[in-house]
Design a protein around this ligand. Structure first.
Ligand SMILES: C[S@@+](CC[C@H](N)C(=O)[O-])C[C@H]1O[C@@H](n2cnc3c(N)ncnc32)[C@H](O)[C@@H]1O
Length: 222
């Protein structure tokens, strides 16, 4: 099988799983459409990954979620939809324009009471969460600038408790982590290695299919 055939097969498998397990709806489509119209980059999680994130929330029984990297709110909407009535999500976003688009998408989804978007550099916002004694989160989803993943892991360990899940998106990067030549892949590799070797974490990097193979690193705090 040549490369084009393999790519086509991956696309078909992804679509097969999506049709069965993660069918879209008007709210999700509108969020993607308005994000596109507003000029946001199309770097949101895929529908299948969104479904996986929901399943992880449900398995962990998560009530308090922290997201680093909001974009247009597509993943936040997925998360918030499976939170219990008293659940909440804080999402951190550096770009005011992205945050504005996300707030509109979240409002249309009827989830403004569950999702709080904080605007600023995540490094500072995370420090403020610790300083303000915000407490621990049941699930932390890291999906912002990739060079900062090791630093975000440090903050996540401070903002979690035994049983919490720490998730990192885009951690396979089409295989570039196998032979990291750029700063992004090196930081991603450091993130994966630190998680894999931490005896306080039970973890795996799970390859996920999209246009290319990427991955979600999943760690449970022991
Ligand atoms: C991959 S996108 C997030 C996608 C989103 N989680 C989803 O799947 O719908 C990454 C986002 O992180 C934001 N970002 C990048 N660097 C950041 C930083 N230092 N602090 C906070 N947000 C940052 C970007 O502006 C961008 O909106």
């Amino acid at each position: 099988m040549n490369m084009d055939d393999t790519r086509e097969l991956l696309r078909e498998i992804d679509a097969y799983v999506e049709n069965l397990f993660a069918p879209s709806d008007e709210v999700l489509e509108a969020a993607l459409r308005d994000s596109r119209r507003a000029g946001l980059p199309e770097i949101n999680v895929s529908p299948n990954e969104g479904r996986l994130l929901q399943l992880l929330v449900e398995i962990a029984g998560a009530r308090r979620i922290l997201e680093i990297g909001t974009l247009g709110g597509y993943s936040a909407i997925h998360f918030a939809r499976v939170l219990p009535d008293d659940g909440s999500l804080i999402s951190l976003e550096i770009d005011e324009h992205h945050a504005g688009v996300a707030r509109n998408n979240v409002e249309r989804a009827g989830l403004s009471d569950k999702i709080e978007i904080r605007v600023g550099d995540a490094h500072e916002l995370l420090a403020a969460l610790v300083e303000d004694g915000e407490g621990t989160f049941d699930l932390i989803f890291i999906d912002a600038d990739k060079e900062s993943y090791p630093a975000y892991l440090d903050w996540s360990l401070r903002l979690s408790r035994p049983g919490s899940l720490i998730l990192g998106d885009n951690t396979i990067r089409g295989g570039s982590v196998l032979d990291p030549k750029d700063a992004t892949a090196r930081a991603t590799n450091e993130f994966n290695e630190r998680i894999a070797k931490d005896p306080g974490l039970s973890s795996i990097a799970l390859p996920l299919i999209r246009e290319r193979i990427d991955g979600l690193t999943i760690a449970k705090v022991l």
